[in-house]
Design a protein around this ligand. Structure first.
Ligand code: ATP
Length: 604
Protein backbone atom coordinates (compact mmCIF):
# COMPACT_ATOMS: atom_id res chain seq x y z
CA UNK A 1 0.00 0.00 0.00
CA UNK A 2 2.77 2.36 1.06
CA UNK A 3 4.61 1.57 -2.14
CA UNK A 4 1.56 2.45 -4.24
CA UNK A 5 0.96 5.78 -2.52
CA UNK A 6 4.57 6.82 -1.95
CA UNK A 7 5.41 8.13 -5.45
CA UNK A 8 2.41 10.47 -5.28
CA UNK A 9 3.17 11.99 -1.90
CA UNK A 10 6.77 12.92 -2.60
CA UNK A 11 7.10 16.70 -2.16
CA UNK A 12 8.98 17.23 -5.42
CA UNK A 13 10.86 15.55 -8.22
CA UNK A 14 14.09 15.63 -6.22
CA UNK A 15 12.58 13.46 -3.47
CA UNK A 16 10.83 11.26 -5.99
CA UNK A 17 14.22 10.57 -7.52
CA UNK A 18 15.66 9.68 -4.12
CA UNK A 19 12.70 7.40 -3.52
CA UNK A 20 13.26 5.62 -6.84
CA UNK A 21 17.01 5.38 -6.24
CA UNK A 22 16.39 3.88 -2.82
CA UNK A 23 14.48 1.05 -4.56
CA UNK A 24 17.49 0.51 -6.75
CA UNK A 25 19.80 0.47 -3.75
CA UNK A 26 17.52 -2.03 -2.03
CA UNK A 27 17.89 -4.28 -5.07
CA UNK A 28 21.65 -3.84 -5.17
CA UNK A 29 22.09 -4.36 -1.44
CA UNK A 30 19.96 -7.51 -1.49
CA UNK A 31 22.01 -8.83 -4.40
CA UNK A 32 25.23 -8.23 -2.49
CA UNK A 33 23.58 -9.78 0.54
CA UNK A 34 23.33 -13.07 -1.39
CA UNK A 35 27.09 -13.14 -2.01
CA UNK A 36 28.52 -11.47 1.08
CA UNK A 37 25.66 -11.98 3.52
CA UNK A 38 24.39 -15.47 2.80
CA UNK A 39 27.55 -17.10 1.47
CA UNK A 40 30.11 -14.89 3.25
CA UNK A 41 32.19 -14.15 0.14
CA UNK A 42 34.11 -10.90 -0.01
CA UNK A 43 33.18 -9.99 -3.58
CA UNK A 44 34.65 -6.63 -4.56
CA UNK A 45 33.70 -7.06 -8.22
CA UNK A 46 30.08 -6.48 -7.32
CA UNK A 47 30.03 -2.89 -8.52
CA UNK A 48 31.53 -4.04 -11.83
CA UNK A 49 28.59 -6.43 -12.26
CA UNK A 50 26.29 -3.47 -11.71
CA UNK A 51 28.22 -1.68 -14.44
CA UNK A 52 28.14 -4.62 -16.84
CA UNK A 53 24.35 -4.63 -16.55
CA UNK A 54 24.23 -0.87 -17.12
CA UNK A 55 26.51 -0.90 -20.15
CA UNK A 56 24.83 -3.96 -21.66
CA UNK A 57 21.57 -2.06 -21.53
CA UNK A 58 23.26 1.05 -22.93
CA UNK A 59 24.75 -0.82 -25.88
CA UNK A 60 21.60 -2.71 -26.77
CA UNK A 61 19.11 0.16 -26.47
CA UNK A 62 20.77 3.14 -28.05
CA UNK A 63 22.33 4.54 -31.15
CA UNK A 64 25.82 3.77 -29.82
CA UNK A 65 26.01 0.49 -31.77
CA UNK A 66 22.74 1.16 -33.50
CA UNK A 67 21.09 -1.75 -31.73
CA UNK A 68 17.58 -1.05 -30.52
CA UNK A 69 16.25 -4.10 -28.74
CA UNK A 70 13.06 -3.79 -26.68
CA UNK A 71 13.46 -3.40 -22.91
CA UNK A 72 11.62 -6.64 -22.25
CA UNK A 73 14.51 -8.42 -23.97
CA UNK A 74 17.37 -6.20 -22.89
CA UNK A 75 16.65 -6.53 -19.16
CA UNK A 76 16.95 -10.34 -19.07
CA UNK A 77 19.89 -10.24 -21.48
CA UNK A 78 21.72 -7.78 -19.21
CA UNK A 79 20.99 -9.86 -16.11
CA UNK A 80 21.92 -13.21 -17.69
CA UNK A 81 25.01 -11.83 -19.43
CA UNK A 82 26.23 -10.33 -16.14
CA UNK A 83 25.52 -13.63 -14.42
CA UNK A 84 27.61 -15.50 -17.00
CA UNK A 85 30.51 -13.10 -16.42
CA UNK A 86 30.01 -13.66 -12.68
CA UNK A 87 30.13 -17.42 -13.15
CA UNK A 88 33.27 -17.13 -15.28
CA UNK A 89 35.02 -14.96 -12.72
CA UNK A 90 33.71 -17.12 -9.89
CA UNK A 91 34.81 -20.41 -11.41
CA UNK A 92 38.37 -19.15 -11.77
CA UNK A 93 38.52 -17.83 -8.22
CA UNK A 94 36.24 -20.08 -6.16
CA UNK A 95 39.15 -21.91 -4.64
CA UNK A 96 40.29 -18.61 -3.23
CA UNK A 97 39.07 -17.49 0.15
CA UNK A 98 38.98 -14.28 2.17
CA UNK A 99 41.74 -11.88 1.23
CA UNK A 100 42.70 -13.64 -2.00
CA UNK A 101 39.17 -13.61 -3.34
CA UNK A 102 38.92 -9.94 -2.41
CA UNK A 103 42.13 -9.10 -4.30
CA UNK A 104 41.10 -10.99 -7.45
CA UNK A 105 37.62 -9.46 -7.53
CA UNK A 106 39.01 -5.99 -6.83
CA UNK A 107 41.42 -6.43 -9.74
CA UNK A 108 38.49 -7.44 -11.94
CA UNK A 109 36.58 -4.30 -10.96
CA UNK A 110 39.60 -2.14 -11.79
CA UNK A 111 40.12 -3.82 -15.17
CA UNK A 112 36.45 -3.29 -15.93
CA UNK A 113 36.70 0.39 -15.14
CA UNK A 114 39.81 0.77 -17.29
CA UNK A 115 37.99 -0.93 -20.15
CA UNK A 116 35.06 1.46 -19.80
CA UNK A 117 37.42 4.41 -19.91
CA UNK A 118 39.51 3.18 -22.83
CA UNK A 119 37.23 1.27 -25.13
CA UNK A 120 36.37 4.43 -27.05
CA UNK A 121 39.27 3.99 -29.47
CA UNK A 122 39.93 2.75 -32.11
CA UNK A 123 36.26 1.77 -32.24
CA UNK A 124 34.01 3.71 -29.94
CA UNK A 125 32.21 1.10 -27.85
CA UNK A 126 31.89 2.45 -24.31
CA UNK A 127 32.11 6.15 -25.06
CA UNK A 128 35.12 6.47 -22.74
CA UNK A 129 34.87 9.12 -20.08
CA UNK A 130 31.84 10.64 -21.83
CA UNK A 131 29.83 7.48 -21.34
CA UNK A 132 26.73 6.63 -23.35
CA UNK A 133 23.44 8.49 -23.20
CA UNK A 134 20.08 8.90 -24.89
CA UNK A 135 18.45 5.48 -24.61
CA UNK A 136 15.32 4.10 -26.17
CA UNK A 137 12.38 4.67 -23.84
CA UNK A 138 10.99 1.61 -22.10
CA UNK A 139 8.02 0.27 -23.92
CA UNK A 140 5.98 -2.54 -22.35
CA UNK A 141 3.59 -3.73 -25.06
CA UNK A 142 2.75 -0.16 -26.03
CA UNK A 143 2.82 1.12 -22.44
CA UNK A 144 5.68 3.63 -22.24
CA UNK A 145 7.58 4.30 -19.07
CA UNK A 146 8.80 7.83 -19.24
CA UNK A 147 7.52 9.75 -16.22
CA UNK A 148 9.35 9.78 -12.90
CA UNK A 149 6.35 8.20 -11.19
CA UNK A 150 6.31 5.31 -13.67
CA UNK A 151 10.02 4.72 -13.01
CA UNK A 152 9.38 4.75 -9.26
CA UNK A 153 6.80 1.98 -9.70
CA UNK A 154 8.96 0.00 -12.10
CA UNK A 155 12.07 0.02 -9.93
CA UNK A 156 10.22 -0.69 -6.68
CA UNK A 157 8.39 -3.50 -8.43
CA UNK A 158 11.74 -5.19 -9.03
CA UNK A 159 12.97 -4.30 -5.55
CA UNK A 160 9.94 -6.04 -4.05
CA UNK A 161 10.51 -9.03 -6.35
CA UNK A 162 14.13 -9.34 -5.21
CA UNK A 163 12.98 -9.03 -1.58
CA UNK A 164 10.49 -11.88 -1.92
CA UNK A 165 13.05 -13.95 -3.79
CA UNK A 166 15.62 -13.32 -1.04
CA UNK A 167 13.25 -14.55 1.64
CA UNK A 168 12.45 -17.69 -0.32
CA UNK A 169 16.07 -18.46 -1.08
CA UNK A 170 17.10 -17.90 2.53
CA UNK A 171 14.55 -20.44 3.77
CA UNK A 172 15.60 -23.12 1.30
CA UNK A 173 18.33 -25.70 0.89
CA UNK A 174 20.36 -22.95 -0.81
CA UNK A 175 20.01 -20.60 2.15
CA UNK A 176 20.98 -23.31 4.61
CA UNK A 177 23.87 -24.47 2.41
CA UNK A 178 25.27 -20.94 2.21
CA UNK A 179 24.87 -20.32 5.90
CA UNK A 180 26.69 -23.56 6.63
CA UNK A 181 29.53 -22.51 4.31
CA UNK A 182 29.72 -19.12 6.00
CA UNK A 183 29.97 -20.74 9.40
CA UNK A 184 32.37 -23.59 8.68
CA UNK A 185 33.22 -24.44 5.11
CA UNK A 186 34.98 -27.72 5.89
CA UNK A 187 32.11 -28.97 8.05
CA UNK A 188 29.62 -27.92 5.35
CA UNK A 189 31.52 -29.91 2.75
CA UNK A 190 31.86 -32.87 5.12
CA UNK A 191 28.11 -32.93 5.72
CA UNK A 192 27.30 -33.06 2.03
CA UNK A 193 27.18 -29.46 0.79
CA UNK A 194 28.87 -29.01 -2.57
CA UNK A 195 30.65 -25.90 -1.38
CA UNK A 196 32.34 -24.93 -4.66
CA UNK A 197 29.08 -25.17 -6.55
CA UNK A 198 27.17 -23.27 -3.89
CA UNK A 199 29.69 -20.45 -3.79
CA UNK A 200 29.46 -20.22 -7.54
CA UNK A 201 25.68 -20.05 -7.27
CA UNK A 202 26.00 -17.17 -4.80
CA UNK A 203 28.29 -15.34 -7.18
CA UNK A 204 25.91 -15.99 -10.04
CA UNK A 205 22.85 -14.88 -8.05
CA UNK A 206 24.52 -11.67 -6.90
CA UNK A 207 25.73 -10.89 -10.42
CA UNK A 208 22.27 -11.56 -11.87
CA UNK A 209 20.62 -9.06 -9.53
CA UNK A 210 23.40 -6.50 -9.98
CA UNK A 211 23.09 -6.85 -13.77
CA UNK A 212 19.35 -6.27 -13.68
CA UNK A 213 19.79 -3.32 -11.32
CA UNK A 214 22.43 -1.89 -13.67
CA UNK A 215 20.05 -2.06 -16.62
CA UNK A 216 17.25 -0.37 -14.66
CA UNK A 217 19.64 2.28 -13.39
CA UNK A 218 20.92 3.04 -16.90
CA UNK A 219 17.41 3.43 -18.22
CA UNK A 220 16.36 5.58 -15.27
CA UNK A 221 19.38 7.88 -15.55
CA UNK A 222 19.20 7.80 -19.35
CA UNK A 223 22.98 7.66 -19.38
CA UNK A 224 25.93 5.63 -18.11
CA UNK A 225 29.39 6.87 -17.13
CA UNK A 226 32.39 4.94 -15.81
CA UNK A 227 32.22 6.72 -12.46
CA UNK A 228 28.67 5.44 -11.87
CA UNK A 229 30.24 2.05 -11.23
CA UNK A 230 33.28 2.91 -9.20
CA UNK A 231 34.74 2.20 -5.79
CA UNK A 232 32.54 4.71 -3.89
CA UNK A 233 29.39 2.88 -5.03
CA UNK A 234 30.91 -0.39 -3.83
CA UNK A 235 31.61 1.14 -0.42
CA UNK A 236 28.04 2.47 -0.19
CA UNK A 237 26.41 -0.85 -1.01
CA UNK A 238 28.72 -2.73 1.39
CA UNK A 239 27.84 -0.15 4.06
CA UNK A 240 24.15 -0.85 3.51
CA UNK A 241 24.58 -4.60 3.88
CA UNK A 242 26.81 -4.33 6.93
CA UNK A 243 24.55 -1.72 8.54
CA UNK A 244 21.57 -4.01 8.08
CA UNK A 245 23.47 -7.07 9.27
CA UNK A 246 25.00 -9.59 6.85
CA UNK A 247 22.33 -12.04 5.76
CA UNK A 248 19.49 -10.19 7.52
CA UNK A 249 17.01 -9.31 4.77
CA UNK A 250 14.80 -6.75 6.62
CA UNK A 251 17.96 -5.22 8.06
CA UNK A 252 19.61 -4.89 4.66
CA UNK A 253 16.47 -3.24 3.22
CA UNK A 254 16.39 -0.81 6.12
CA UNK A 255 20.12 -0.19 5.74
CA UNK A 256 19.68 0.53 2.02
CA UNK A 257 16.76 2.91 2.55
CA UNK A 258 18.46 4.76 5.42
CA UNK A 259 21.74 5.15 3.62
CA UNK A 260 20.11 6.34 0.44
CA UNK A 261 18.14 9.03 2.30
CA UNK A 262 20.29 10.18 5.22
CA UNK A 263 23.33 11.31 3.23
CA UNK A 264 21.03 13.55 1.15
CA UNK A 265 20.88 15.81 4.18
CA UNK A 266 24.65 16.15 3.92
CA UNK A 267 24.64 16.93 0.23
CA UNK A 268 25.80 20.51 0.69
CA UNK A 269 28.89 19.30 2.53
CA UNK A 270 30.22 17.58 -0.62
CA UNK A 271 33.07 15.23 0.22
CA UNK A 272 31.92 14.91 3.84
CA UNK A 273 28.96 12.96 2.54
CA UNK A 274 31.21 10.07 1.57
CA UNK A 275 32.92 10.28 4.91
CA UNK A 276 29.58 9.72 6.63
CA UNK A 277 29.49 6.17 5.24
CA UNK A 278 32.86 5.40 6.74
CA UNK A 279 31.84 6.93 10.04
CA UNK A 280 28.59 4.95 10.16
CA UNK A 281 30.55 1.74 9.55
CA UNK A 282 33.10 2.44 12.27
CA UNK A 283 30.45 3.35 14.85
CA UNK A 284 28.35 0.34 13.93
CA UNK A 285 31.21 -2.12 14.13
CA UNK A 286 32.04 -0.80 17.57
CA UNK A 287 28.49 -0.76 18.93
CA UNK A 288 26.47 -3.30 17.02
CA UNK A 289 28.50 -5.64 14.81
CA UNK A 290 25.45 -7.79 14.08
CA UNK A 291 23.77 -4.85 12.27
CA UNK A 292 20.87 -2.60 13.22
CA UNK A 293 18.26 -5.32 12.96
CA UNK A 294 20.25 -8.16 14.51
CA UNK A 295 18.54 -9.96 17.38
CA UNK A 296 15.78 -7.45 18.00
CA UNK A 297 14.04 -8.99 21.00
CA UNK A 298 10.44 -8.15 20.17
CA UNK A 299 10.70 -9.77 16.76
CA UNK A 300 11.44 -13.19 18.22
CA UNK A 301 8.31 -15.20 18.91
CA UNK A 302 8.00 -16.76 22.32
CA UNK A 303 8.00 -20.55 22.09
CA UNK A 304 6.31 -23.02 24.34
CA UNK A 305 8.85 -25.25 26.02
CA UNK A 306 7.76 -28.83 25.48
CA UNK A 307 10.68 -30.05 27.57
CA UNK A 308 8.75 -28.91 30.65
CA UNK A 309 6.20 -31.16 32.28
CA UNK A 310 2.65 -30.09 33.13
CA UNK A 311 3.70 -28.52 36.42
CA UNK A 312 6.14 -26.32 34.55
CA UNK A 313 9.22 -28.13 35.85
CA UNK A 314 11.98 -29.13 33.48
CA UNK A 315 11.91 -32.81 32.74
CA UNK A 316 14.87 -34.62 34.25
CA UNK A 317 17.88 -35.22 32.12
CA UNK A 318 18.18 -38.86 33.13
CA UNK A 319 15.05 -39.93 31.30
CA UNK A 320 15.60 -42.13 28.28
CA UNK A 321 16.75 -39.83 25.54
CA UNK A 322 15.84 -41.90 22.56
CA UNK A 323 12.60 -43.49 21.70
CA UNK A 324 12.86 -47.19 21.03
CA UNK A 325 9.84 -46.99 18.77
CA UNK A 326 11.25 -44.21 16.65
CA UNK A 327 11.77 -45.07 13.03
CA UNK A 328 14.32 -42.69 11.65
CA UNK A 329 15.28 -42.19 8.07
CA UNK A 330 12.40 -44.22 6.78
CA UNK A 331 13.82 -47.41 8.28
CA UNK A 332 10.86 -49.28 9.64
CA UNK A 333 11.99 -52.86 9.87
CA UNK A 334 12.05 -54.61 13.18
CA UNK A 335 15.03 -55.11 15.42
CA UNK A 336 15.71 -58.70 14.36
CA UNK A 337 16.22 -57.57 10.79
CA UNK A 338 19.61 -56.19 11.65
CA UNK A 339 21.68 -59.25 12.25
CA UNK A 340 25.32 -58.58 11.50
CA UNK A 341 26.47 -59.71 8.10
CA UNK A 342 29.78 -60.67 6.61
CA UNK A 343 29.28 -58.38 3.65
CA UNK A 344 32.16 -55.91 3.33
CA UNK A 345 30.77 -52.39 2.88
CA UNK A 346 33.98 -50.42 3.28
CA UNK A 347 37.43 -51.56 2.24
CA UNK A 348 40.74 -49.79 2.52
CA UNK A 349 43.59 -51.27 0.51
CA UNK A 350 47.16 -50.32 1.46
CA UNK A 351 46.27 -46.71 2.17
CA UNK A 352 49.11 -44.32 3.01
CA UNK A 353 49.00 -40.65 3.95
CA UNK A 354 52.30 -38.89 4.11
CA UNK A 355 52.47 -35.36 5.53
CA UNK A 356 55.87 -34.31 4.24
CA UNK A 357 57.78 -37.14 5.88
CA UNK A 358 55.31 -37.99 8.68
CA UNK A 359 53.37 -41.07 7.68
CA UNK A 360 50.12 -40.43 9.58
CA UNK A 361 48.61 -43.56 8.03
CA UNK A 362 50.99 -46.20 6.72
CA UNK A 363 50.00 -48.99 4.33
CA UNK A 364 46.71 -49.54 6.14
CA UNK A 365 44.20 -52.11 4.96
CA UNK A 366 40.92 -52.76 6.70
CA UNK A 367 37.46 -54.10 6.04
CA UNK A 368 34.25 -52.91 7.65
CA UNK A 369 31.32 -55.31 7.52
CA UNK A 370 27.69 -54.42 7.22
CA UNK A 371 26.08 -53.55 10.57
CA UNK A 372 29.20 -53.91 12.65
CA UNK A 373 30.85 -51.51 15.03
CA UNK A 374 34.56 -51.39 14.39
CA UNK A 375 36.51 -49.35 16.92
CA UNK A 376 39.83 -47.75 16.17
CA UNK A 377 42.09 -47.23 19.14
CA UNK A 378 45.64 -46.00 19.51
CA UNK A 379 47.67 -43.43 21.41
CA UNK A 380 47.56 -39.73 20.54
CA UNK A 381 48.91 -39.05 17.09
CA UNK A 382 48.45 -42.67 15.99
CA UNK A 383 46.64 -41.55 12.83
CA UNK A 384 43.02 -42.24 13.80
CA UNK A 385 41.61 -38.88 12.77
CA UNK A 386 43.70 -38.93 9.60
CA UNK A 387 42.09 -42.27 8.79
CA UNK A 388 38.66 -40.59 9.05
CA UNK A 389 39.85 -37.68 6.93
CA UNK A 390 40.99 -40.13 4.27
CA UNK A 391 37.73 -42.06 4.18
CA UNK A 392 35.61 -38.93 4.20
CA UNK A 393 37.57 -37.42 1.32
CA UNK A 394 39.14 -34.51 3.19
CA UNK A 395 42.55 -35.80 2.11
CA UNK A 396 43.10 -37.98 -0.94
CA UNK A 397 45.52 -40.78 0.04
CA UNK A 398 49.04 -40.70 -1.41
CA UNK A 399 48.87 -44.41 -2.06
CA UNK A 400 46.11 -47.02 -1.90
CA UNK A 401 42.43 -47.22 -2.64
CA UNK A 402 39.13 -47.05 -0.76
CA UNK A 403 35.98 -48.90 -1.80
CA UNK A 404 32.43 -48.40 -0.55
CA UNK A 405 29.92 -51.08 -1.48
CA UNK A 406 32.26 -52.27 -4.20
CA UNK A 407 32.60 -48.82 -5.77
CA UNK A 408 35.89 -46.94 -5.61
CA UNK A 409 35.59 -43.70 -3.68
CA UNK A 410 39.30 -42.80 -3.52
CA UNK A 411 39.76 -39.14 -4.35
CA UNK A 412 36.08 -38.23 -4.20
CA UNK A 413 35.31 -34.85 -2.64
CA UNK A 414 33.86 -34.95 0.88
CA UNK A 415 30.34 -34.03 -0.28
CA UNK A 416 30.47 -36.83 -2.83
CA UNK A 417 31.48 -39.30 -0.12
CA UNK A 418 28.49 -38.18 1.97
CA UNK A 419 26.23 -38.59 -1.02
CA UNK A 420 27.60 -42.09 -1.54
CA UNK A 421 26.50 -42.89 2.03
CA UNK A 422 29.33 -42.22 4.48
CA UNK A 423 28.99 -39.46 7.00
CA UNK A 424 31.11 -38.35 9.94
CA UNK A 425 31.35 -36.37 13.14
CA UNK A 426 34.31 -34.33 14.29
CA UNK A 427 36.44 -34.85 17.37
CA UNK A 428 36.39 -31.17 18.21
CA UNK A 429 32.77 -30.32 17.43
CA UNK A 430 32.21 -28.46 14.18
CA UNK A 431 28.54 -27.56 14.39
CA UNK A 432 27.07 -24.57 12.59
CA UNK A 433 26.79 -22.70 15.85
CA UNK A 434 24.68 -19.77 14.71
CA UNK A 435 22.16 -21.96 12.92
CA UNK A 436 19.23 -23.48 14.73
CA UNK A 437 19.27 -27.09 15.88
CA UNK A 438 16.67 -27.95 13.24
CA UNK A 439 18.59 -26.21 10.46
CA UNK A 440 21.80 -28.01 11.48
CA UNK A 441 19.98 -31.28 10.91
CA UNK A 442 18.37 -30.01 7.72
CA UNK A 443 21.75 -29.20 6.18
CA UNK A 444 22.39 -32.94 6.28
CA UNK A 445 19.66 -33.41 3.70
CA UNK A 446 21.35 -31.04 1.25
CA UNK A 447 22.97 -33.85 -0.72
CA UNK A 448 19.67 -35.74 -0.94
CA UNK A 449 17.77 -32.84 -2.50
CA UNK A 450 18.11 -31.18 -5.84
CA UNK A 451 15.72 -28.21 -6.11
CA UNK A 452 17.34 -25.44 -8.15
CA UNK A 453 16.89 -21.66 -7.87
CA UNK A 454 13.81 -21.53 -10.10
CA UNK A 455 12.09 -24.30 -8.19
CA UNK A 456 12.83 -22.46 -4.94
CA UNK A 457 11.88 -18.99 -6.17
CA UNK A 458 8.56 -20.11 -7.62
CA UNK A 459 7.86 -22.76 -4.98
CA UNK A 460 7.52 -25.43 -7.64
CA UNK A 461 6.36 -28.89 -6.50
CA UNK A 462 9.90 -30.33 -6.37
CA UNK A 463 10.99 -27.71 -3.84
CA UNK A 464 7.85 -28.01 -1.72
CA UNK A 465 8.07 -31.80 -1.66
CA UNK A 466 11.75 -31.78 -0.76
CA UNK A 467 11.30 -29.16 1.96
CA UNK A 468 8.53 -31.18 3.60
CA UNK A 469 10.63 -34.31 3.45
CA UNK A 470 13.72 -32.50 4.78
CA UNK A 471 11.70 -31.09 7.66
CA UNK A 472 10.23 -34.48 8.49
CA UNK A 473 13.55 -36.29 8.41
CA UNK A 474 15.37 -33.66 10.43
CA UNK A 475 12.68 -33.81 13.12
CA UNK A 476 12.71 -37.58 13.10
CA UNK A 477 16.46 -37.73 13.59
CA UNK A 478 16.42 -35.10 16.33
CA UNK A 479 13.51 -36.96 17.87
CA UNK A 480 15.87 -39.86 18.57
CA UNK A 481 17.43 -37.67 21.22
CA UNK A 482 14.13 -36.83 22.85
CA UNK A 483 13.63 -33.51 24.59
CA UNK A 484 17.33 -32.76 24.39
CA UNK A 485 17.17 -31.75 20.76
CA UNK A 486 13.45 -31.31 20.13
CA UNK A 487 10.60 -28.98 21.05
CA UNK A 488 11.71 -25.44 21.68
CA UNK A 489 15.25 -26.59 21.05
CA UNK A 490 14.50 -26.92 17.32
CA UNK A 491 14.82 -23.14 17.14
CA UNK A 492 17.67 -22.77 19.58
CA UNK A 493 21.06 -21.85 18.15
CA UNK A 494 23.31 -24.90 18.19
CA UNK A 495 26.05 -22.88 19.85
CA UNK A 496 23.86 -22.41 22.94
CA UNK A 497 23.37 -26.13 23.54
CA UNK A 498 25.15 -27.76 26.44
CA UNK A 499 28.40 -29.50 25.60
CA UNK A 500 26.88 -33.00 25.73
CA UNK A 501 23.96 -31.87 23.58
CA UNK A 502 26.33 -30.43 21.02
CA UNK A 503 28.02 -33.84 20.83
CA UNK A 504 24.58 -35.40 20.32
CA UNK A 505 23.81 -32.76 17.71
CA UNK A 506 26.92 -33.75 15.76
CA UNK A 507 25.66 -37.31 15.62
CA UNK A 508 22.15 -36.16 14.67
CA UNK A 509 23.58 -34.06 11.85
CA UNK A 510 25.57 -37.03 10.54
CA UNK A 511 22.45 -39.23 10.77
CA UNK A 512 20.36 -36.73 8.84
CA UNK A 513 22.44 -37.31 5.70
CA UNK A 514 20.81 -40.75 5.27
CA UNK A 515 24.24 -42.33 5.53
CA UNK A 516 24.82 -46.07 5.76
CA UNK A 517 28.19 -45.80 7.44
CA UNK A 518 28.83 -43.46 10.34
CA UNK A 519 32.34 -42.39 11.23
CA UNK A 520 32.13 -41.26 14.85
CA UNK A 521 35.22 -39.45 16.12
CA UNK A 522 35.30 -39.73 19.92
CA UNK A 523 31.55 -39.25 20.43
CA UNK A 524 31.84 -39.44 24.21
CA UNK A 525 34.82 -37.09 24.60
CA UNK A 526 34.27 -34.67 27.46
CA UNK A 527 31.09 -36.36 28.65
CA UNK A 528 30.54 -37.33 32.28
CA UNK A 529 30.12 -41.04 33.21
CA UNK A 530 26.31 -40.96 33.05
CA UNK A 531 26.31 -39.23 29.66
CA UNK A 532 28.96 -41.65 28.42
CA UNK A 533 26.76 -44.63 29.34
CA UNK A 534 23.84 -43.03 27.52
CA UNK A 535 25.75 -42.24 24.36
CA UNK A 536 27.26 -45.73 24.33
CA UNK A 537 23.78 -47.22 24.55
CA UNK A 538 22.63 -44.90 21.83
CA UNK A 539 25.41 -45.86 19.43
CA UNK A 540 24.62 -49.52 20.12
CA UNK A 541 20.99 -48.84 19.29
CA UNK A 542 22.00 -47.27 15.97
CA UNK A 543 23.46 -50.61 14.98
CA UNK A 544 20.89 -52.88 16.62
CA UNK A 545 17.69 -50.96 15.97
CA UNK A 546 18.47 -49.09 12.81
CA UNK A 547 21.11 -51.19 11.07
CA UNK A 548 23.93 -48.67 10.82
CA UNK A 549 27.51 -49.67 10.17
CA UNK A 550 29.82 -47.72 12.44
CA UNK A 551 33.51 -46.93 12.50
CA UNK A 552 34.33 -45.47 15.88
CA UNK A 553 37.35 -43.69 17.28
CA UNK A 554 37.26 -43.86 21.05
CA UNK A 555 39.69 -43.29 23.86
CA UNK A 556 37.42 -44.56 26.63
CA UNK A 557 38.15 -48.25 26.62
CA UNK A 558 35.05 -49.26 28.57
CA UNK A 559 33.00 -47.77 25.72
CA UNK A 560 35.08 -49.69 23.19
CA UNK A 561 34.68 -52.90 25.17
CA UNK A 562 30.92 -52.51 25.51
CA UNK A 563 29.95 -51.91 21.92
CA UNK A 564 32.65 -53.08 19.54
CA UNK A 565 32.23 -56.09 17.32
CA UNK A 566 35.88 -55.78 16.40
CA UNK A 567 38.73 -53.46 17.30
CA UNK A 568 41.81 -52.33 15.43
CA UNK A 569 44.75 -50.61 17.06
CA UNK A 570 46.95 -48.10 15.29
CA UNK A 571 50.35 -46.82 16.23
CA UNK A 572 52.36 -44.40 14.07
CA UNK A 573 49.78 -44.98 11.34
CA UNK A 574 50.42 -48.75 11.27
CA UNK A 575 47.83 -51.35 12.19
CA UNK A 576 49.38 -53.19 15.10
CA UNK A 577 46.45 -55.39 16.15
CA UNK A 578 43.01 -56.42 14.93
CA UNK A 579 40.38 -58.72 16.39
CA UNK A 580 37.97 -58.90 19.30
CA UNK A 581 38.38 -56.41 22.13
CA UNK A 582 40.08 -59.05 24.29
CA UNK A 583 42.50 -60.06 21.54
CA UNK A 584 43.53 -56.49 20.86
CA UNK A 585 43.66 -55.53 24.54
CA UNK A 586 45.99 -58.40 25.26
CA UNK A 587 48.20 -57.82 22.29
CA UNK A 588 51.75 -57.13 23.38
CA UNK A 589 52.21 -54.57 20.65
CA UNK A 590 49.19 -52.63 21.86
CA UNK A 591 50.30 -52.70 25.47
CA UNK A 592 53.70 -51.54 24.36
CA UNK A 593 52.25 -48.75 22.23
CA UNK A 594 50.19 -47.43 25.11
CA UNK A 595 52.80 -47.79 27.84
CA UNK A 596 56.02 -47.92 25.92
CA UNK A 597 57.09 -51.03 27.87
CA UNK A 598 56.25 -54.71 27.87
CA UNK A 599 54.04 -57.00 29.89
CA UNK A 600 51.94 -54.46 31.68
CA UNK A 601 48.23 -55.12 31.72
CA UNK A 602 46.52 -51.85 30.88
CA UNK A 603 43.11 -53.04 29.78
CA UNK A 604 40.63 -54.69 32.03
P1 ATP B 1 44.46 -37.94 18.65
O1 ATP B 1 44.06 -39.14 19.41
O2 ATP B 1 45.33 -37.02 19.42
O3 ATP B 1 43.33 -37.26 17.97
P2 ATP B 1 45.08 -39.22 16.14
O4 ATP B 1 45.37 -40.67 16.31
O5 ATP B 1 43.76 -38.86 15.66
O6 ATP B 1 45.43 -38.46 17.48
P3 ATP B 1 46.04 -37.79 13.88
O7 ATP B 1 45.37 -36.52 14.20
O8 ATP B 1 45.48 -38.60 12.78
O9 ATP B 1 46.20 -38.68 15.17
O10 ATP B 1 47.54 -37.46 13.55
C1 ATP B 1 48.49 -38.45 13.15
C2 ATP B 1 49.81 -37.78 12.81
O11 ATP B 1 49.69 -37.04 11.61
C3 ATP B 1 50.28 -36.81 13.88
O12 ATP B 1 51.67 -36.93 13.97
C4 ATP B 1 49.91 -35.47 13.33
O13 ATP B 1 50.79 -34.47 13.77
C5 ATP B 1 50.04 -35.70 11.82
N1 ATP B 1 49.10 -34.88 11.06
C6 ATP B 1 47.75 -34.95 11.08
N2 ATP B 1 47.20 -34.05 10.25
C7 ATP B 1 48.23 -33.38 9.68
C8 ATP B 1 48.33 -32.33 8.72
N3 ATP B 1 47.24 -31.80 8.15
N4 ATP B 1 49.55 -31.89 8.37
C9 ATP B 1 50.66 -32.43 8.92
N5 ATP B 1 50.64 -33.43 9.83
C10 ATP B 1 49.46 -33.90 10.21
Amino acid sequence: MMLIVAPHIMPNNYWLRIYTMSGLWVMLALGLNVVAGFAGLLDLAYVAFFGIGGYTFALLSSSQLNVHLPFILVLPIAAVFTMLIGITLGSTSMRLKGDYLAIVTLAFAQIFKLLLLNLDTPVNITGGVNGIFGFDPINFFGFRIISSVAYAYLIWFFAVGVTLGSFRIKRSRFGRGWEAIREDELAAEAIGVNTTWMKLMAFAGGAFIAGAAGALFASFQDSVFPNNFDFPQLVIVYCMVILGGLGNIPGVILGAVLLSILPEFLREYGAYRMMSYGLILIVLMALRPQGIMGEVGFLIRKKIRPDKDQTGRLRTSTELYYDENAKPLGISESKSQYAKSSLAVLELNHVTMDFGGIKAVDDLSLVLHEREILSVIGPNGAGKTTLFNLISGIYPPNVGSIYFEGREITGLKPHQVVKAGISRTFQNLRLFNKMSVLDNAKVGQFCRTSAGPLSILFHLPLHTKEENETDRKAKEVLGLFGARLTGYRFDQQAGFLSYANRRRMEIARALSTDAKILLLDEPSAGMNPQETIEITEFIKSLRDLFGYTILLIEHKLNVVRTISDRVIALDYGIKIAEGSYEEVANSEKVIEAYLGRKRQRVFS
